[in-house]
Design a protein around this ligand. Structure first.
Ligand SMILES: C[S@@+](CC[C@H](N)C(=O)[O-])C[C@H]1O[C@@H](n2cnc3c(N)ncnc32)[C@H](O)[C@@H]1O
Length: 201
C-alpha cells in the first residue's frame, strides 16, 4: 500500500505500462475506477463490457485482495485491481488523455473540516482527472452526500469539465447503469444518490 499526502517525485512517463500488452484490444477503451471498495461495480462492469478494459484502484489492501481474487475466479481478463492511493498511482499508470472514462463512486466524505484535504475531489485531483481523460471522455461521479455533490459540481466544472445535464445540475441514472456495492443498498432503500456525468471537452 502506498501512503503519501505530498508526492513530488518526477513521473517516469517513458515507463508507463503497456496496456495493449496487458489487455489486448480492450485497451483501446481503457477506463479507471477509483476507490473500488468491495468491487460490486468493477466486477459487474468488466463482465458486462468485455471489449473495455478497467483498472480498479483501491487503497485498502484487504478489499483490493478480495476483489482481485474474485476477478480471477470469474475469469475477467479485462479487469485489473491495484492496491494503492489513486492520487499517486494514476499519473504513473496513464498518460495524458489516455482514459475513456473514470468512475468515482461514493468517495469517503471526510466530514471534519480539518480532514477536508483528504477528500478525493479537490482542485488538484479535478485537474488530474481532466488531464487523464481523452476528449469526450466521461467522469462518472456518484455520491450520497449532498454537500459533497454540490462542492464537486462547482469544482469540476471550474476545472473545465462539461456537464451533460447542464451547468450545476445532476444527472438521472442512465438506464444501463451498473450500481456499485454501496449503491445497490441505496437502490433498495430509496436513499437519494447525486450523480454527475461530466465530459472532457
Ligand atoms: C465509501 S467506499 C465506496 C466503495 C465503492 N466505490 C462503492 O461505491 O461501493 C470508498 C472507497 O474508496 C477507497 N479510497 C478512498 N480514497 C482512495 C484513494 N485515494 N485511492 C484509492 N482508493 C481510495 C476507500 O478505501 C474505500 O474503499
Amino acid at each position: 500500500m502506498i501512503f503519501s499526502s505530498e508526492d513530488e517525485a518526477p513521473i517516469a512517463r517513458d515507463l508507463l505500462p503497456d496496456w495493449h500488452a496487458a489487455f489486448g484490444d480492450a485497451a483501446g477503451r481503457l477506463e479507471l475506477e477509483i476507490g473500488a471498495g468491495h468491487g460490486g461495480f468493477a466486477l459487474a462492469y468488466a463482465r458486462a463490457f468485455p471489449d473495455r478494459a478497467l483498472v480498479a484502484i483501491e487503497q485498502r489492501k484487504k478489499f483490493a485482495t478480495v476483489v482481485a481474487a474474485k476477478a480471477a475466479a470469474r475469469e475477467l481478463p479485462n479487469l485489473l485491481v491495484l492496491c494503492g492511493d489513486a492520487r499517486i498511482l494514476a499519473p504513473r499508470l496513464f498518460g495524458a488523455g489516455r482514459l475513456a472514462a473514470i468512475h468515482v463512486h461514493f468517495p469517503d466524505p471526510w466530514w471534519k473540516r480539518r480532514h477536508h484535504r483528504r477528500r478525493l475531489v479537490d482542485d488538484r485531483m479535478s485537474t488530474l482527472l481532466l488531464g487523464l481523460l481523452a476528449p469526450g471522455g466521461l467522469l462518472d461521479f456518484r455520491t450520497d452526500v449532498e454537500r459533497y455533490a454540490e462542492e464537486a459540481v462547482v469544482r469540476l466544472e471550474a476545472a473545465g469539465f462539461r456537464n451533460e445535464a447542464g451547468a450545476g445540475r445532476f444527472s438521472d441514472a442512465p438506464p444501463d447503469e451498473i450500481p456499485s456495492t454501496r449503491e445497490k443498498r441505496y437502490l433498495a432503500t430509496g436513499q437519494r444518490v447525486w450523480r454527475l456525468r461530466l465530459r472532457k471537452r
